[in-house]
Every structure is written in structure tokens, then in C-alpha cells.
Ligand binder design. Structure first.
Ligand code: 5GP
Length: 114
């Protein structure tokens, strides 16, 4: 089954794309929970962190460098931000295509909501 994020990569559904290269894509979250809420996604459809392979390491590393680049471009590098990857049910994962959340633009408060 093709994930909703693969459909964004294939331009089958729209998204506000902020960055793309051969390994990853980044676009605005459709339901932002902070003034800056960007999803950075490996192009290979890795369902969860549990499914990451050694050969995914270049793409997984790229998530961080793209997060830092976008944070700088969006003016939150100095004020700060949070990078988050959810895994499976207890982690609150909803889309089973591994992705990193870049969250910022306000004080994010406690690490866990509950
Ligand atoms: P998760 O809970 O899996 O870590 O986060 C999934 C995120 O994907 C949520 O923040 C949700 O708002 C976002 N999302 C779900 N569907 C879409 C979509 O079709 N487009 C975009 N841009 N974001 C989506």
C-alpha cells in the first residue's frame, strides 16, 4: 500500500513542499500544532523506525541536516525547536511512512503532553 506521503512525493496529492532532494522531501504539516510544523520524510517508504535498514542511514542522517537548514531559513534556529519521530501506537504514530517533525516558533513546553 502506498502511504499518503508517497502520494505527496509523487505529486498525486498537494502539499506545501519546502525542500526536496534525491533522498528526502519536506513539506508543511496539514494540521500544524506549532507556528512552524514541517514534516521531513525519507523518499523510501520506511514504515516505522523499527524498519530502518543500514542502507537508510544516508537518508536518516539527511533528515537532521535538512531540519537544521529549514530551521535557519524559517528563523527558529536560535530560538530553538524540537525534532520528533513517533513510532507505533504508544509513540502516537498515525502515518506509517517514517517522518521527522520539525516544531518551533513558540515555547513548546513539557516534552510529553501527558
Ligand atoms: P505522526 O503522528 O504519524 O507522527 O504524524 C503524522 C502527521 O502527518 C500529523 O501531524 C498529520 O497532521 C500529518 N498529515 C497527515 N496527513 C497529511 C497530509 O495529507 N498532508 C500533510 N501535509 N500532512 C499530513
Amino acid at each position: 500500500m502506498t502511504s499518503i506521503f508517497s502520494k505527496i512525493i509523487a505529486r498525486e496529492i498537494p502539499a506545501t513542499i519546502l525542500y526536496e532532494d534525491e533522498l528526502v522531501i519536506a513539506f508543511k504539516d496539514i494540521n500544524p500544532i506549532a507556528p512552524v510544523h514541517v514534516l521531513i520524510v525519507p523518499k523510501r517508504e520506511i514504515p516505522t523506525v523499527n524498519d530502518a535498514l543500514p542502507e537508510d542511514e544516508p537518508a536518516l542522517g539527511r533528515l537532521f541536516t535538512v531540519a537544521a537548514k529549514l530551521a535557519a531559513e524559517m528563523g527558529i534556529a536560535e530560538s530553538g525547536y524540537r525534532l520528533m519521530v513517533n513510532c507505533n501506537k504508544d509513540g502516537g504514530q498515525e502515518v506509517f511512512h517514517l517522518h521527522m517533525h520539525l516544531l518551533g516558533g513558540k515555547r513548546l513546553g513539557r516534552m510529553l503532553a501527558e
